[in-house]
Design a protein around this ligand. Structure first.
Ligand code: AMP
Length: 430
Protein backbone atom coordinates (compact mmCIF):
# COMPACT_ATOMS: atom_id res chain seq x y z
CA UNK A 1 0.00 0.00 0.00
CA UNK A 2 1.16 3.50 -0.81
CA UNK A 3 -0.09 6.60 0.90
CA UNK A 4 0.08 10.22 -0.21
CA UNK A 5 3.27 12.06 0.68
CA UNK A 6 3.24 14.21 3.79
CA UNK A 7 1.70 17.60 3.09
CA UNK A 8 -0.06 16.47 -0.09
CA UNK A 9 -3.65 15.41 -0.53
CA UNK A 10 -5.96 13.84 -3.09
CA UNK A 11 -8.68 16.09 -4.40
CA UNK A 12 -11.33 13.71 -5.67
CA UNK A 13 -15.06 13.31 -6.32
CA UNK A 14 -17.24 15.96 -4.62
CA UNK A 15 -14.20 17.72 -3.24
CA UNK A 16 -12.78 18.08 -6.77
CA UNK A 17 -16.08 19.48 -7.93
CA UNK A 18 -15.85 22.10 -5.21
CA UNK A 19 -12.34 23.02 -6.32
CA UNK A 20 -13.52 23.38 -9.90
CA UNK A 21 -16.48 25.46 -8.79
CA UNK A 22 -14.32 27.84 -6.75
CA UNK A 23 -11.81 28.13 -9.58
CA UNK A 24 -14.59 28.77 -12.10
CA UNK A 25 -16.00 31.62 -9.99
CA UNK A 26 -12.55 33.17 -9.57
CA UNK A 27 -11.81 32.87 -13.30
CA UNK A 28 -15.16 34.43 -14.13
CA UNK A 29 -14.35 37.40 -11.90
CA UNK A 30 -10.86 37.74 -13.41
CA UNK A 31 -12.43 37.81 -16.87
CA UNK A 32 -14.82 40.56 -15.77
CA UNK A 33 -11.70 42.60 -15.06
CA UNK A 34 -10.19 41.64 -18.44
CA UNK A 35 -7.39 39.42 -17.13
CA UNK A 36 -6.15 36.73 -19.57
CA UNK A 37 -5.11 33.21 -18.66
CA UNK A 38 -1.42 32.30 -18.38
CA UNK A 39 -0.18 28.72 -17.95
CA UNK A 40 3.51 28.66 -17.15
CA UNK A 41 5.72 25.65 -16.41
CA UNK A 42 5.78 24.09 -12.95
CA UNK A 43 9.57 23.73 -13.18
CA UNK A 44 11.74 26.81 -13.55
CA UNK A 45 15.38 27.56 -13.12
CA UNK A 46 16.10 27.92 -9.37
CA UNK A 47 17.71 31.36 -9.69
CA UNK A 48 14.42 32.81 -10.89
CA UNK A 49 12.98 32.31 -7.42
CA UNK A 50 16.14 32.93 -5.42
CA UNK A 51 16.51 36.34 -7.02
CA UNK A 52 12.89 37.43 -7.08
CA UNK A 53 11.23 35.89 -4.02
CA UNK A 54 14.39 36.82 -2.15
CA UNK A 55 17.18 35.35 -0.05
CA UNK A 56 15.56 36.44 3.18
CA UNK A 57 12.15 34.87 2.53
CA UNK A 58 11.22 31.60 4.25
CA UNK A 59 10.46 30.18 0.82
CA UNK A 60 14.00 30.57 -0.51
CA UNK A 61 15.71 29.87 2.79
CA UNK A 62 14.08 26.56 3.52
CA UNK A 63 11.03 25.66 1.50
CA UNK A 64 11.98 25.17 -2.13
CA UNK A 65 11.84 21.77 -3.82
CA UNK A 66 15.10 22.06 -5.70
CA UNK A 67 16.97 19.36 -7.61
CA UNK A 68 19.61 18.86 -10.26
CA UNK A 69 18.17 17.45 -13.46
CA UNK A 70 20.02 14.97 -15.65
CA UNK A 71 21.64 17.88 -17.50
CA UNK A 72 23.01 19.26 -14.21
CA UNK A 73 20.67 22.23 -14.21
CA UNK A 74 19.44 23.49 -10.87
CA UNK A 75 15.66 23.36 -11.06
CA UNK A 76 12.89 24.28 -8.62
CA UNK A 77 9.22 23.28 -8.48
CA UNK A 78 7.43 26.61 -8.50
CA UNK A 79 6.74 27.79 -4.92
CA UNK A 80 4.69 30.75 -6.21
CA UNK A 81 3.49 32.04 -9.55
CA UNK A 82 4.47 35.69 -9.80
CA UNK A 83 8.10 35.16 -10.79
CA UNK A 84 7.18 32.69 -13.56
CA UNK A 85 4.38 34.86 -14.90
CA UNK A 86 6.62 37.91 -15.07
CA UNK A 87 9.36 35.80 -16.69
CA UNK A 88 6.88 34.69 -19.34
CA UNK A 89 5.84 38.28 -20.03
CA UNK A 90 9.48 39.24 -20.47
CA UNK A 91 10.40 36.19 -22.60
CA UNK A 92 7.37 36.66 -24.83
CA UNK A 93 8.08 40.40 -25.20
CA UNK A 94 4.60 41.27 -24.05
CA UNK A 95 5.71 44.61 -22.64
CA UNK A 96 6.73 45.70 -26.13
CA UNK A 97 3.86 44.08 -28.00
CA UNK A 98 0.81 44.58 -25.84
CA UNK A 99 -0.99 47.52 -24.34
CA UNK A 100 -0.03 48.10 -20.74
CA UNK A 101 -0.78 46.87 -18.24
CA UNK A 102 -0.38 43.24 -19.25
CA UNK A 103 -2.97 41.44 -17.14
CA UNK A 104 -2.60 37.75 -16.32
CA UNK A 105 -4.57 35.30 -14.24
CA UNK A 106 -3.49 31.78 -13.33
CA UNK A 107 -4.61 28.65 -11.48
CA UNK A 108 -2.48 25.69 -10.50
CA UNK A 109 -0.30 23.94 -7.95
CA UNK A 110 2.66 25.31 -6.01
CA UNK A 111 5.18 23.45 -3.87
CA UNK A 112 6.67 24.56 -0.56
CA UNK A 113 8.47 22.34 1.93
CA UNK A 114 6.60 23.66 4.96
CA UNK A 115 5.55 21.99 8.18
CA UNK A 116 2.11 20.62 7.27
CA UNK A 117 -0.71 21.83 9.49
CA UNK A 118 -4.29 23.03 9.16
CA UNK A 119 -4.51 25.09 5.95
CA UNK A 120 -0.85 24.48 5.11
CA UNK A 121 0.23 21.91 2.57
CA UNK A 122 3.40 21.09 0.66
CA UNK A 123 1.49 20.97 -2.60
CA UNK A 124 -1.34 23.48 -2.72
CA UNK A 125 -3.30 25.31 -5.39
CA UNK A 126 -3.46 28.99 -6.02
CA UNK A 127 -5.52 31.29 -8.15
CA UNK A 128 -3.97 34.67 -8.72
CA UNK A 129 -3.61 37.71 -10.93
CA UNK A 130 -0.75 39.97 -11.99
CA UNK A 131 -1.13 43.39 -13.54
CA UNK A 132 2.24 44.44 -14.99
CA UNK A 133 3.25 47.80 -16.38
CA UNK A 134 1.13 49.87 -14.00
CA UNK A 135 1.77 53.52 -13.31
CA UNK A 136 -0.84 54.68 -10.87
CA UNK A 137 -2.64 53.59 -7.74
CA UNK A 138 -5.90 52.77 -9.54
CA UNK A 139 -4.29 49.53 -10.68
CA UNK A 140 -3.55 48.61 -7.07
CA UNK A 141 -7.17 49.35 -6.27
CA UNK A 142 -8.32 47.20 -9.17
CA UNK A 143 -6.42 44.20 -7.80
CA UNK A 144 -7.48 44.71 -4.18
CA UNK A 145 -11.12 45.12 -5.16
CA UNK A 146 -11.05 42.13 -7.50
CA UNK A 147 -9.97 39.97 -4.56
CA UNK A 148 -12.60 41.42 -2.28
CA UNK A 149 -15.39 41.11 -4.83
CA UNK A 150 -14.40 37.56 -5.73
CA UNK A 151 -14.75 36.57 -2.06
CA UNK A 152 -18.19 38.18 -1.96
CA UNK A 153 -19.21 36.19 -5.02
CA UNK A 154 -18.09 32.99 -3.34
CA UNK A 155 -20.37 33.89 -0.43
CA UNK A 156 -17.83 35.09 2.16
CA UNK A 157 -19.31 37.66 4.49
CA UNK A 158 -17.25 39.78 6.88
CA UNK A 159 -13.96 39.41 5.11
CA UNK A 160 -11.26 41.28 6.94
CA UNK A 161 -9.04 43.13 4.50
CA UNK A 162 -5.78 44.21 6.09
CA UNK A 163 -3.57 46.65 4.28
CA UNK A 164 -0.26 48.35 4.81
CA UNK A 165 2.31 50.14 2.74
CA UNK A 166 5.98 49.31 2.54
CA UNK A 167 6.54 52.75 1.07
CA UNK A 168 9.07 53.79 -1.55
CA UNK A 169 12.89 53.43 -1.41
CA UNK A 170 13.34 56.51 0.71
CA UNK A 171 10.73 55.34 3.21
CA UNK A 172 12.18 51.87 3.48
CA UNK A 173 15.75 53.09 3.92
CA UNK A 174 14.75 55.36 6.77
CA UNK A 175 12.49 52.79 8.34
CA UNK A 176 15.04 50.01 8.12
CA UNK A 177 17.53 52.28 9.87
CA UNK A 178 15.06 52.88 12.69
CA UNK A 179 14.33 49.15 12.98
CA UNK A 180 18.07 48.36 13.12
CA UNK A 181 18.49 50.82 15.95
CA UNK A 182 15.46 49.44 17.81
CA UNK A 183 16.29 45.74 17.44
CA UNK A 184 20.07 45.92 17.81
CA UNK A 185 20.04 45.42 21.59
CA UNK A 186 17.09 42.97 21.50
CA UNK A 187 18.02 40.67 18.64
CA UNK A 188 20.00 38.33 20.90
CA UNK A 189 16.76 37.49 22.72
CA UNK A 190 14.91 36.68 19.51
CA UNK A 191 14.55 33.49 17.43
CA UNK A 192 17.21 32.30 14.99
CA UNK A 193 15.05 33.22 12.00
CA UNK A 194 14.84 36.79 13.26
CA UNK A 195 18.61 36.91 13.73
CA UNK A 196 18.94 36.03 10.06
CA UNK A 197 16.21 38.49 9.05
CA UNK A 198 18.03 41.19 11.02
CA UNK A 199 20.98 40.75 8.66
CA UNK A 200 19.19 40.08 5.38
CA UNK A 201 15.85 41.94 5.41
CA UNK A 202 14.94 43.44 8.71
CA UNK A 203 11.38 44.23 7.65
CA UNK A 204 10.61 40.53 7.76
CA UNK A 205 11.07 40.52 11.56
CA UNK A 206 7.67 42.22 11.78
CA UNK A 207 6.12 39.03 10.39
CA UNK A 208 7.58 36.73 13.08
CA UNK A 209 5.02 34.39 14.66
CA UNK A 210 7.04 33.47 17.80
CA UNK A 211 5.01 34.77 20.81
CA UNK A 212 7.96 36.27 22.75
CA UNK A 213 9.18 37.98 19.56
CA UNK A 214 5.72 39.37 18.87
CA UNK A 215 5.94 41.16 22.24
CA UNK A 216 9.21 42.79 21.21
CA UNK A 217 7.86 43.66 17.77
CA UNK A 218 4.83 45.39 19.31
CA UNK A 219 6.98 48.23 20.60
CA UNK A 220 9.00 48.64 17.38
CA UNK A 221 8.73 51.87 15.39
CA UNK A 222 5.85 51.86 12.88
CA UNK A 223 6.32 52.45 9.18
CA UNK A 224 3.68 55.19 8.99
CA UNK A 225 6.01 57.48 10.93
CA UNK A 226 8.59 57.17 8.16
CA UNK A 227 6.55 57.54 4.99
CA UNK A 228 7.95 59.96 2.44
CA UNK A 229 5.53 62.55 1.05
CA UNK A 230 5.04 60.44 -2.10
CA UNK A 231 4.48 57.21 -0.21
CA UNK A 232 2.03 58.90 2.14
CA UNK A 233 0.02 60.36 -0.75
CA UNK A 234 -0.03 57.06 -2.56
CA UNK A 235 -1.32 55.19 0.48
CA UNK A 236 -3.90 57.88 1.24
CA UNK A 237 -5.17 57.69 -2.32
CA UNK A 238 -5.59 53.95 -1.97
CA UNK A 239 -7.43 54.07 1.35
CA UNK A 240 -9.64 56.89 0.07
CA UNK A 241 -10.61 54.92 -3.03
CA UNK A 242 -11.38 51.82 -0.95
CA UNK A 243 -13.69 53.88 1.25
CA UNK A 244 -15.41 55.30 -1.81
CA UNK A 245 -15.97 51.78 -3.07
CA UNK A 246 -17.40 50.68 0.29
CA UNK A 247 -14.67 48.13 0.78
CA UNK A 248 -13.97 47.86 4.51
CA UNK A 249 -10.33 47.52 5.53
CA UNK A 250 -8.01 47.77 8.51
CA UNK A 251 -4.52 49.23 8.42
CA UNK A 252 -2.02 46.84 9.95
CA UNK A 253 1.42 48.42 10.18
CA UNK A 254 3.06 45.04 10.90
CA UNK A 255 1.82 43.46 7.68
CA UNK A 256 4.86 42.85 5.48
CA UNK A 257 3.98 39.55 3.70
CA UNK A 258 6.42 36.74 3.11
CA UNK A 259 7.96 37.63 -0.22
CA UNK A 260 10.80 40.08 -0.58
CA UNK A 261 9.70 41.71 -3.83
CA UNK A 262 6.91 43.86 -2.44
CA UNK A 263 7.17 47.65 -2.37
CA UNK A 264 4.24 50.03 -1.85
CA UNK A 265 0.87 48.65 -0.82
CA UNK A 266 0.54 45.12 0.59
CA UNK A 267 -2.70 43.47 1.67
CA UNK A 268 -4.20 40.29 3.02
CA UNK A 269 -7.74 38.87 3.17
CA UNK A 270 -8.58 37.23 6.47
CA UNK A 271 -11.68 35.41 7.56
CA UNK A 272 -12.68 33.38 10.59
CA UNK A 273 -14.77 30.33 9.85
CA UNK A 274 -17.84 29.80 12.02
CA UNK A 275 -16.08 26.73 13.43
CA UNK A 276 -13.36 29.07 14.64
CA UNK A 277 -10.67 27.13 12.87
CA UNK A 278 -7.65 29.08 11.85
CA UNK A 279 -6.51 28.25 8.36
CA UNK A 280 -4.40 31.38 7.92
CA UNK A 281 -5.03 34.17 5.42
CA UNK A 282 -7.25 33.35 2.44
CA UNK A 283 -4.99 35.31 0.18
CA UNK A 284 -2.90 38.38 -0.20
CA UNK A 285 -0.71 40.37 -2.46
CA UNK A 286 0.91 43.67 -3.09
CA UNK A 287 2.67 46.09 -5.36
CA UNK A 288 6.10 45.27 -6.71
CA UNK A 289 8.24 48.09 -8.03
CA UNK A 290 11.42 46.33 -9.09
CA UNK A 291 10.58 42.73 -9.81
CA UNK A 292 9.96 43.13 -13.54
CA UNK A 293 13.35 44.76 -14.06
CA UNK A 294 15.00 42.23 -11.76
CA UNK A 295 13.71 39.44 -14.00
CA UNK A 296 15.18 41.10 -17.09
CA UNK A 297 12.23 43.19 -18.24
CA UNK A 298 11.81 46.94 -18.57
CA UNK A 299 11.69 49.26 -15.59
CA UNK A 300 7.98 48.83 -14.97
CA UNK A 301 5.95 48.20 -11.85
CA UNK A 302 3.34 45.57 -11.14
CA UNK A 303 0.75 44.47 -8.63
CA UNK A 304 -0.82 41.09 -7.94
CA UNK A 305 -2.58 38.83 -5.52
CA UNK A 306 -3.02 35.12 -4.87
CA UNK A 307 -5.66 33.05 -3.10
CA UNK A 308 -5.12 29.56 -1.71
CA UNK A 309 -7.81 27.28 -3.10
CA UNK A 310 -7.43 24.74 -0.25
CA UNK A 311 -8.20 27.40 2.33
CA UNK A 312 -11.17 28.77 0.41
CA UNK A 313 -12.67 25.29 0.05
CA UNK A 314 -12.05 24.33 3.72
CA UNK A 315 -13.79 27.44 4.99
CA UNK A 316 -16.62 27.16 2.50
CA UNK A 317 -17.14 23.59 3.75
CA UNK A 318 -17.16 24.71 7.39
CA UNK A 319 -19.53 27.60 6.73
CA UNK A 320 -21.71 25.66 4.30
CA UNK A 321 -21.19 28.08 1.46
CA UNK A 322 -21.48 25.41 -1.21
CA UNK A 323 -25.16 25.22 -1.94
CA UNK A 324 -26.41 22.85 -4.52
CA UNK A 325 -23.40 22.14 -6.62
CA UNK A 326 -24.08 18.39 -6.66
CA UNK A 327 -23.58 16.96 -10.12
CA UNK A 328 -26.78 15.51 -11.47
CA UNK A 329 -27.29 13.27 -14.43
CA UNK A 330 -29.82 13.79 -17.24
CA UNK A 331 -30.53 10.15 -17.88
CA UNK A 332 -30.01 6.78 -16.26
CA UNK A 333 -30.48 4.22 -18.97
CA UNK A 334 -31.87 0.86 -17.84
CA UNK A 335 -31.61 -2.07 -20.22
CA UNK A 336 -33.87 -4.93 -19.20
CA UNK A 337 -31.75 -8.05 -19.49
CA UNK A 338 -28.49 -8.67 -21.27
CA UNK A 339 -30.33 -8.97 -24.61
CA UNK A 340 -30.87 -5.22 -24.54
CA UNK A 341 -27.22 -4.25 -23.87
CA UNK A 342 -26.28 -3.90 -27.53
CA UNK A 343 -29.12 -1.49 -28.25
CA UNK A 344 -28.53 0.28 -24.91
CA UNK A 345 -24.92 0.84 -25.87
CA UNK A 346 -25.91 2.41 -29.21
CA UNK A 347 -28.63 4.55 -27.67
CA UNK A 348 -26.33 5.78 -24.89
CA UNK A 349 -23.77 6.84 -27.46
CA UNK A 350 -26.44 8.61 -29.50
CA UNK A 351 -27.76 10.51 -26.44
CA UNK A 352 -24.29 11.55 -25.30
CA UNK A 353 -23.48 12.81 -28.79
CA UNK A 354 -26.61 14.92 -28.54
CA UNK A 355 -25.37 16.57 -25.39
CA UNK A 356 -27.14 14.64 -22.63
CA UNK A 357 -25.27 13.26 -19.65
CA UNK A 358 -26.03 9.56 -19.50
CA UNK A 359 -25.09 6.64 -17.31
CA UNK A 360 -26.13 3.17 -18.30
CA UNK A 361 -26.51 0.02 -16.25
CA UNK A 362 -24.46 -2.80 -17.76
CA UNK A 363 -24.45 -4.75 -14.49
CA UNK A 364 -27.52 -6.82 -15.33
CA UNK A 365 -29.67 -5.69 -12.39
CA UNK A 366 -33.40 -5.94 -11.86
CA UNK A 367 -35.67 -2.90 -12.14
CA UNK A 368 -35.76 -2.16 -8.41
CA UNK A 369 -31.98 -2.20 -8.17
CA UNK A 370 -31.66 -0.01 -11.25
CA UNK A 371 -34.05 2.60 -9.86
CA UNK A 372 -31.96 2.72 -6.68
CA UNK A 373 -28.81 3.23 -8.74
CA UNK A 374 -30.52 6.02 -10.70
CA UNK A 375 -31.49 7.78 -7.47
CA UNK A 376 -28.02 7.50 -6.01
CA UNK A 377 -26.67 9.13 -9.18
CA UNK A 378 -29.21 11.97 -8.91
CA UNK A 379 -30.58 11.18 -12.36
CA UNK A 380 -33.44 13.32 -13.67
CA UNK A 381 -34.90 10.67 -15.95
CA UNK A 382 -34.83 6.90 -16.14
CA UNK A 383 -34.92 5.56 -19.65
CA UNK A 384 -36.19 2.00 -19.76
CA UNK A 385 -35.29 -0.21 -22.69
CA UNK A 386 -36.60 -3.78 -22.97
CA UNK A 387 -37.03 -6.26 -25.80
CA UNK A 388 -40.52 -4.94 -26.68
CA UNK A 389 -39.38 -1.35 -26.77
CA UNK A 390 -36.46 -2.22 -29.03
CA UNK A 391 -38.78 -4.06 -31.38
CA UNK A 392 -41.17 -1.06 -31.56
CA UNK A 393 -38.33 1.51 -31.66
CA UNK A 394 -39.50 3.35 -28.57
CA UNK A 395 -38.49 3.82 -24.93
CA UNK A 396 -40.18 4.41 -21.58
CA UNK A 397 -39.11 7.68 -20.02
CA UNK A 398 -39.75 8.23 -16.32
CA UNK A 399 -39.34 11.53 -14.49
CA UNK A 400 -37.73 10.42 -11.25
CA UNK A 401 -39.03 13.38 -9.29
CA UNK A 402 -42.67 13.45 -10.35
CA UNK A 403 -42.71 9.69 -11.15
CA UNK A 404 -44.58 10.54 -14.37
CA UNK A 405 -43.87 8.04 -17.13
CA UNK A 406 -44.31 8.46 -20.88
CA UNK A 407 -43.64 6.44 -23.97
CA UNK A 408 -41.46 8.09 -26.61
CA UNK A 409 -40.57 6.98 -30.14
CA UNK A 410 -36.89 6.93 -31.05
CA UNK A 411 -37.53 9.62 -33.66
CA UNK A 412 -38.97 12.03 -31.09
CA UNK A 413 -36.54 11.23 -28.31
CA UNK A 414 -34.11 14.13 -28.66
CA UNK A 415 -36.85 16.75 -29.10
CA UNK A 416 -38.79 15.39 -26.15
CA UNK A 417 -35.76 15.32 -23.88
CA UNK A 418 -34.72 18.81 -24.99
CA UNK A 419 -38.15 20.15 -24.03
CA UNK A 420 -38.42 18.27 -20.76
CA UNK A 421 -34.95 19.07 -19.49
CA UNK A 422 -35.29 22.69 -20.58
CA UNK A 423 -38.58 22.98 -18.69
CA UNK A 424 -37.05 21.43 -15.57
CA UNK A 425 -34.20 23.88 -15.69
CA UNK A 426 -36.56 26.83 -15.98
CA UNK A 427 -38.58 25.58 -13.08
CA UNK A 428 -35.34 25.24 -11.13
CA UNK A 429 -34.33 28.83 -11.89
CA UNK A 430 -37.79 30.20 -10.96
P1 AMP B 1 1.68 33.76 -0.66
O1 AMP B 1 1.97 33.19 -2.04
O2 AMP B 1 2.61 33.24 0.37
O3 AMP B 1 1.51 35.22 -0.69
O4 AMP B 1 0.28 33.15 -0.24
C1 AMP B 1 -0.94 33.49 -0.83
C2 AMP B 1 -2.01 32.52 -0.38
O5 AMP B 1 -1.67 31.20 -0.81
C3 AMP B 1 -2.14 32.37 1.13
O6 AMP B 1 -2.96 33.37 1.66
C4 AMP B 1 -2.78 31.02 1.24
O7 AMP B 1 -4.16 31.07 1.01
C5 AMP B 1 -2.12 30.25 0.13
N1 AMP B 1 -1.00 29.46 0.65
C6 AMP B 1 0.30 29.84 0.81
N2 AMP B 1 1.05 28.83 1.29
C7 AMP B 1 0.21 27.78 1.44
C8 AMP B 1 0.38 26.43 1.88
N3 AMP B 1 1.54 25.96 2.26
N4 AMP B 1 -0.72 25.62 1.91
C9 AMP B 1 -1.93 26.08 1.51
N5 AMP B 1 -2.13 27.34 1.07
C10 AMP B 1 -1.08 28.17 1.03
Amino acid sequence: MYSVLKGTHDVILDEARKYSYVEAVLIKVAELYNYKEFRTPIIESSDLFTRSVGESSDIVRKEMYTFLDKGNRLITLRPEFTAGIVRSMVNNKLFANMDLPVKAYYVGPNFRYERPQQGRYRQFNQFGIESCGVDNFYRDIEVISLGYNALQMLGFKDVKLKINTLGDDETRENYKGALKAYFSDKINLMCDDCKERFEKNILRILDCKVPSDIEIVKEAPKINEFLSENAKNNFQNITKALKEMDIPFEIDTNLVRGLDYYTGVVFEYQYSSSKNKNYGALGGGGHYGKLIKEIGGPDLEGVGLAFGIERLVSIMNDDELFNDIAQDLDIYLMPIGKESFEEANKLTNFLRLNGFSVEVCFENKNMGQMFKKAERRLAKYALILGENEIKDKKVELKNLKTKEQIEVNYDDLIDTLDNLIDEDEHEHLD
